[in-house]
Design a protein around this ligand. Structure first.
Ligand code: FES
Ligand SMILES: [Fe+2]
Length: 375
């Protein structure tokens, strides 16, 4: 199903059958979605110098090794379990544990400090689970599989990212809710009229819905919606109906593109599962109005207003999301308006069934995290 996986399924299954250690991971890997996951912006990662991150409940440390490379590996010191993110990066670019000062070079245990003697680095078999990273369009991504594995598909970005007629503002918000519930909220066309102040409670239902798959891992629903006259669509677009395109792109990306005549506003999100009921939502809002492509300073008021409106909108969602029972996300009552959510769930379920390319210790840690995460 995924183009990035060149190993025939038969070969992988034979390997798993011949190797009892690998066999233990069969049921685990079926829960994994092998894609790049967003960690932070590159600027944040570099500014922080040393930061603690989390993914699927697994603590990670992220640091700049002073050679321009951002290293991401487990935050748990393999000696006596200290949090490595409470340590420091020394002049050699090695990470030193705050508890006993042991040094780690790109995740490899490489030195016990002893200032009296000439430093004697040594070879060690102790290596922390290190995750490959990718920097793309200012975002830092984590790969759950080893560099030796076939490459993953590049992280998804909407076409607006590469279109000079669009300008974007971005931000993030930690939400105390399961990441699937957060994603599905962003694919939910019915809540707009009830949860959002810009929604139309007089004409709440979308109409003329069309749904189609964009690929095996993405899909779109397009529908018409009647905006209220004080909204951007009503005031700037001056239309009585807007086209809304709602898309999912695995693993956790969504798009809500509102087209009001020539005016287009696109909300793009990525959700990072921090732990079972905590999600880091990254959002980016693109627009082709309230901007000057030649004098960026003239776009500042538009930037400020779009940021304000998006934060306001996210807070309206958060108020509702904090009051959703995560275990009852898939209730028995379903309507035709839940079609995008339904298709997203199907794509996620199919994604879980993909075979695993290479079992490194980092991959195993990641998959164990998936397993324990238990969505
Ligand atoms: S716990 Fe990290 S060096 Fe001892
Ligand atoms: Fe919403």
């Amino acid at each position: 199903m995924f183009s990035f996986h060149p190993l025939p399924r038969l070969v992988v299954m034979s390997m798993l059958l011949l190797c009892p250690k690998a066999m233990a991971f069969v049921s685990i890997h079926q829960k994994a979605l092998l894609f790049y996951y967003p960690l932070s912006t590159v600027a944040e990662a570099r500014n922080a110098k040393l930061a603690k991150l989390e993914i699927f409940g697994q603590p990670l440390v992220c640091y700049d090794n002073k050679n321009g490379t951002i290293i991401v590996h487990s935050d748990i010191c393999p000696h006596q379990g200290a949090s490595l993110s409470k340590g420091w990066v020394n002049e050699m670019g090695n990470l030193q544990c705050p508890y006993h000062g042991f040094e780690f070079c790109s995740g490899m245990f490489c030195k016990i400090p002893n200032p009296i003697l000439e430093p004697r680095p040594f070879r060690s078999n102790t290596k922390l689970p290190v995750f490959p990273t990718l920097e793309m369009n200012g975002m830092l991504f984590l790969s759950p599989v080893s560099v030796k594995a076939p490459p993953l598909p590049f992280p998804f970005f909407p076409p607006e990212e590469y279109d000079k007629n669009f300008r974007a503002v971005e931000g993030s918000r930690i939400i105390d809710q399961n990441h699937m519930t957060v994603c599905e909220n962003l694919l939910d066309m019915l809540h707009i009229s009830y949860v959002h102040s810009f929604g139309n409670s007089i004409s709440p239902l979308p109409y003329s819905m069309k749904t189609r798959n964009l690929s095996e891992t993405s899909g779109r629903t397009e529908f018409l919606y009647q905006p209220r006259d004080f909204t951007i669509s009503g005031k700037v677009g001056r239309v009585s109906k807007v086209v809304v395109q709602n898309e999912y792109h695995l693993p956790t990306n969504t798009i809500t593109r509102v087209i009001a005549g020539k005016v287009v506003k696109t909300v793009f999100t990525r959700s990072l599962p921090l732990s079972k009921n905590k999600t880091l939502l990254f959002w980016k809002v693109y627009r082709n109005f309230w901007m000057d492509p030649y004098v960026p300073e003239f776009s500042a008021p538009g930037d400020w207003l779009m940021t304000y409106l998006m934060k306001y909108t996210v807070e309206e969602d958060v108020q509702m999301l904090h009051n959703v029972y995560p275990l009852h996300r898939e209730g028995p009552l379903k309507t035709k308006y839940d079609i995008t959510i339904k298709n997203f769930r199907t794509a996620v379920a199919q994604g879980y069934q993909q075979p695993l390319p290479v079992l490194t210790n980092a991959t195993q840690t990641f998959l164990q995290a998936f397993h324990d995460y238990d969505i």
